[in-house]
Ligand binder design. Structure first.
Ligand SMILES: [Zn+2]
Ligand SMILES: [Zn+2]
Length: 470
């Protein structure tokens, strides 16, 4: 896989980093051990790595991440310890070097938590040096205080279980700081485009995780920043900075713009955006993978479908064109996981189109229904091939919900696999919506035999629910 390495200012060095001073305090190494300094640390890591459920039941945990064997067999929600990583030892030092508040105290606790537990839930490749939402943020904090505070707010919320928690004070204080800084920084977005954009992006996508808001005002604000940059003749659409920003933006539009009333949506085919997508769609992107072009089509489809849901008249030519674009989009064949995931998103788009807009011209209701079933079966096939241990799991929820909605009652095994998958997603990202998705599916599966085929996107929209699956 060819992937871009995002430059890290504070590069890891696993060998020469001194251990935290108190890490082996009070533990005299066993004389029998050939490596006297290792056993104490290893013993400690082992007991910490067992999942909560196994600790509670006092059984041996196989420590598989994100779902251990014990919980998988019991169908329980596994609350795993974070995967073991050298960063645990290095991070406090890195962060202390990087940041100290004016009063001399350091930011390390929340930032450390963010880098260890949170930054990998939003990208395809959790490797820190490939993840622009990981260590590369450290030097951007100097350019945007809003970014620093939004990162800390997300860390505080994740630690406490997001919006189902009654302990979000720390998170909300950080968010307030982030918003205050953001208002000032928006005026100089051109000076630090990446830092400003990332701050808006993280504020927006984390809004529904934390507040009673989809964060769509941030999506609109992000578009203003993009227009500003793309209309700047000094910045070329294929510039790596623009590649990162456009990829995040298109991904975000695809994942959430259905919630935005069609009159407030801004066209994605407009000159510069389209040009930038064309220029970058064959490049690897940490969120969009090689699927930027596909996500652009699905985002456009969202806009159209929302128009229909809002009561606008069907345009069969637009529907035919969207279908044609989805079918003719060519996925990257080199990376198998990326191929499977993009195939599932393509099927998700087609299911959505046919569920919301109905049969295409000349097609019967039954033909439409058969086609949807076929698309859903293909999507399920692709999704279930992605291992539960893969970071590509992060990006499954949207197509998984669309395809799983169509699993017939005579396939209880596959329905069960889907429940396990959403539980594994919850273990990975702590987002309560992953468990809400199981409840929604149970409801949809009960409605189907009654002939009610409303797609999940429309159900949650009509109920005014937030379903931030991305
Ligand atoms: Zn366990
Ligand atoms: Zn477990």
């Amino acid at each position: 896989m060819v992937s871009k390495v995002w430059r890290v200012r504070f590069a890891p060095s696993s060998k020469n980093q001194p251990l935290p001073a108190d890490s082996s305090a009070g533990k005299t190494p066993s004389i029998a051990s050939p490596h006297p300094e290792i056993p104490a640390l290893r013993r400690q890591a082992k007991s910490k790595a067992a999942c909560q459920e196994c600790k509670l039941r006092r059984v041996k945990c196989d420590e598989r991440y994100p779902v251990c064997g014990h919980c998988e067999r019991r169908g329980a929600v596994c609350k795993p310890a974070p995967p073991k990583s050298i960063w645990k030892l290095e991070m406090p030092l890195l962060i202390q070097q990087a940041f100290t508040k004016d009063d001399g105290t350091s930011y390390s606790m929340l930032l450390q938590y963010y880098f260890e537990r949170v930054c990998h839930i939003m990208v395809l490749d959790p490797e820190h040096s490939h993840n622009p939402l990981s260590l590369p943020l450290l030097h951007l904090f100097n350019q945007s205080s809003a970014l620093l505070h939004v990162v800390q707010s997300i860390a505080a919320a994740h630690k406490n279980g997001f919006r189902h928690s009654d302990n979000l004070t720390e998170c909300l204080v950080e968010r307030k700081h982030a918003l205050v800084y953001m208002q000032q920084e928006l005026f100089q977005a051109r000076k630090h485009p990446v830092a400003t954009f990332l701050a808006i992006f993280l504020l927006g996508i984390s809004s529904p995780w934390i507040e009673e808001s989809m964060g769509l005002e941030h999506l609109i604000g992000a578009r203003d920043v993009i227009d500003l940059l793309l209309n700047d003749p000094a910045i070329h659409p294929s510039d790596p900075t623009m590649q990162l920003i456009i990829g995040l933006y298109i991904w975000w539009e695809m994942a959430s713009s259905f919630s935005l009333n069609h009159t407030r949506q801004r066209p994605l085919d407009a000159g510069v955006i389209y040009e930038a997508v064309q220029a970058n769609q064959q490049q690897y992107h940490p969120l969009a993978g090689y699927s930027l072009g596909l996500f652009h089509i699905v985002a456009n489809l969202n806009h159209y479908c929302r128009r229909i849901v809002d009561g606008e008249v069907h345009d069969h030519r637009v529907e035919a064109s969207l279908e044609e674009q989805l079918l003719s989009w060519i996925p990257n064949q080199e990376n198998e996981l990326s191929f499977l995931l993009s195939d599932a998103y393509r099927q998700h788009g087609l299911i959505q189109l046919h569920r919301i807009c109905g049969p295409s011209e000349g097609q019967s209701e039954q033909e439409n229904e058969d086609l949807i079933q076929q698309r859903a079966a293909e999507a399920m096939n692709s999704l279930l091939q992605i291992p539960l241990t893969s970071s590509y799991l992060n990006f499954q929820p949207i197509p998984l919900l669309s395809a799983a909605s169509e699993i017939p009652a005579d396939n209880p095994k596959q329905r069960q696999e889907v429940r396990s998958r959403f539980k594994a997603l919850y273990s990975l990202n702590n987002l309560p919506v992953m468990l809400d998705a199981i409840d929604l599916l149970e409801e949809i599966w009960e409605l189907r035999p009654l002939g009610i085929t409303t797609p999940w996107l429309v159900i949650v929209h009509e109920r005014g629910q937030m379903f931030p699956l991305a």
